[in-house]
Design a protein around this ligand. Structure first.
Ligand SMILES: *[C@@H]1O[C@H](CO)[C@@H](O)[C@H](O)[C@H]1NC(C)=O
Length: 228
């Protein structure tokens, strides 16, 4: 009986150690606290909400990418978010996300919702594969906005479905196109991201959807073409 208890307790200890190794930690650092944008971050968004959103978005991204086991995912111990006094909107590099306090300050409208959408986009950059550096930048940005779209955080200033000039234009244009492709085959973006773990080829579209990406773009444009 005593031996059984020891066995149970040591198993629990091992399990919790494994959980500790697999878990991702999140940090938030407001380096712009003494600026108007940094103050608005504290007032309208907050560290606690940011931590929750980093956690929730990571789970959402893993599900969207069908990464059900740790072996499917990038191995990262932690993701660090910084609110910085800088131009632009946000960027991700390595295990860091930087969001502009000036952007937060200048945003008119629901800044918490906008911040959430930006975080889903940047967090996707943290977790997505980039074809070993060979994937088109527009596709990388399009996948990040596709995840933002699927999470329900597409902002009103985005293009409508069918708009844009090229499939790899990036951001909202490519996100809308990927959403069309995903409608042709449920899980398409997840499959595409899986293929992008080791390299990139436009032929991935043919392998997954049976048509070249140029043909798919033509079909997509034709679907939304309306008499003007
Ligand atoms: C989110 O937080 C919960 C509760 O702390 C934790 O169990 C879970 O692993 C976290 N998910 C991610 C993706 O970090």
């Amino acid at each position: 009986m005593a031996n059984l208890m020891v066995l149970i307790f040591s198993s629990l200890a091992i399990l919790s150690a494994i959980r500790g190794i697999l878990a991702v930690d999140y940090t938030v650092t407001n380096t712009a606290a003494n600026t108007a944008g940094g103050a608005r971050f504290v007032r309208d968004i907050g560290v606690q909400y940011s931590l929750q959103t980093m956690n929730a978005s990571t789970g959402f991204i893993w599900r969207t990418f069908q990464q059900t086991t740790p072996a499917d995912r990038k191995t990262l111990q932690r993701v660090n978010l910084f609110i910085d006094d800088m131009d632009g909107v946000a960027y991700a590099t390595g295990d860091q996300i930087h969001v502009s306090a000036r952007y937060i300050q200048g945003y008119s409208g629901d800044v918490k919702r906008e911040f959430t959408g930006v975080l889903y986009h940047e967090m996707t950059h943290i977790w997505q594969w980039n074809g070993n550096g060979q994937a088109p930048g527009g596709l990388i940005e399009g996948i990040a906005d596709f995840v933002r779209l699927k999470a329900g955080y597409a902002p009103s200033h985005w293009v409508s479905p069918g708009q844009g000039d090229r499939w790899d234009q990036g951001y909202d244009v490519t996100a809308r196109f990927l959403d069309y492709c995903n409608g042709l085959r449920n899980g398409f973006v997840a499959e595409l991201n899986k293929k992008m773990r080791s390299g990139y080829s436009n032929n991935y579209f043919v392998e997954l959807l049976g048509k070249t990406v140029d043909q798919l773009w033509k079909d997509y444009k034709a679907k939304y073409a309306t008499a003007k």
